[in-house]
Design a binder for this molecule. Structure first.
Ligand code: ATP
Length: 239
């Protein structure tokens, strides 16, 4: 479904990704783990067109999306829920969600029923429903994080990139986010997940890649990575 081949990316002259290759098969959850600054967010940004890769190939289904703008990539069916609280702070929760559906309404994607999809997002995040008319900028950090995820879901994407969906959330809400990821997985949504809670990410994922300094150092089925002594010691907080 999503295929990355030999991807290089840089910020100005600083090379960050040094030729990474990975694959997210249809209906699977793949997680990208690695220490701070390894290049996980940069990988997500390059895939969704927020930054232009230096070289390499990114393929979504049978479409080559390398170097396309982010709006066009969204129209092709790839949603990105970015790290941090990237919401439109002066718009209401409902308006933010509606904007998430916008790329599919212009052309190319099945239009579907936006109202129905919004109800589905509100079922997943009842907290957002209670605050539907509230300005996004006045939501708590955790609520904004949920809104960013809900907005990505409004695209009805074929593939969703989730960058640190649990960041800044209280423990109970972290559990809630993982419950939602599991629910989406059961519904067959294809996901690439970056998470600070690597052990929890490997529990929900089918497959994992470990990034170190802009390279993939190890990859394998999630169960195998969970039991890999080096991965355990470095990323799972156990020897
Ligand atoms: P974290 O877990 O801390 O979020 P990460 O694996 O997601 O880390 P990236 O955010 O992709 O890492 O950062 C990779 C490298 O790129 C880091 O050295 C970072 O300082 C650098 N970098 C990230 N964004 C920019 C930018 N806008 N301009 C310049 N350098 C950047």
């Amino acid at each position: 479904m999503l295929l990355i081949k030999d991807l290089y990316a840089a910020y100005g002259k600083v090379q960050v990704l040094h030729g990474i290759s990975l694959e997210v098969p249809k209906g699977k959850v793949v997680t990208l783990i690695g220490s701070n600054g390894a290049g996980k967010t940069t990988t997500m940004r390059a895939i969704s067109g927020m930054i232009k890769p230096v070289s390499g190939r990114i393929q979504l289904g049978d479409k080559d999306i390398t170097g396309m703008g982010s709006h066009k990539i969204a129209k092709s069916g790839l949603a990105h829920s970015p790290e941090g609280r990237r919401v439109f702070s002066t718009l209401s929760v409902t308006d933010n969600l509606q904007l998430g559906a916008f790329p599919r309404l212009t052309f190319g994607r099945p239009r579907g029923n936006v109202e129905q999809d919004m109800e589905r997002v509100f079922e997943l995040f009842p907290r957002l429903k209670e605050r539907s008319e509230q300005l996004a900028g006045t939501l708590s950090g955790g609520e904004q994080q949920m809104l960013a995820m809900g907005r990505a879901l409004m695209l009805n994407p074929d593939v969703i990139l989730l960058d640190e969906p649990s960041m800044g959330l209280a423990p109970l809400l972290v559990e809630e986010v993982f419950r939602i990821i599991r629910h989406l997985k059961e519904k067959g949504v294809t996901m690439l997940l970056v998470e600070q809670f690597a052990a929890a990410a490997l529990n929900v994922a089918d497959y994992g890649y470990v990034m170190e300094n802009g390279n993939i150092s190890v990859h394998g089925p999630a169960d195998q990575l969970k039991n890999d002594p080096a991965v355990k010691a470095a990323y799972l907080g156990a020897a």
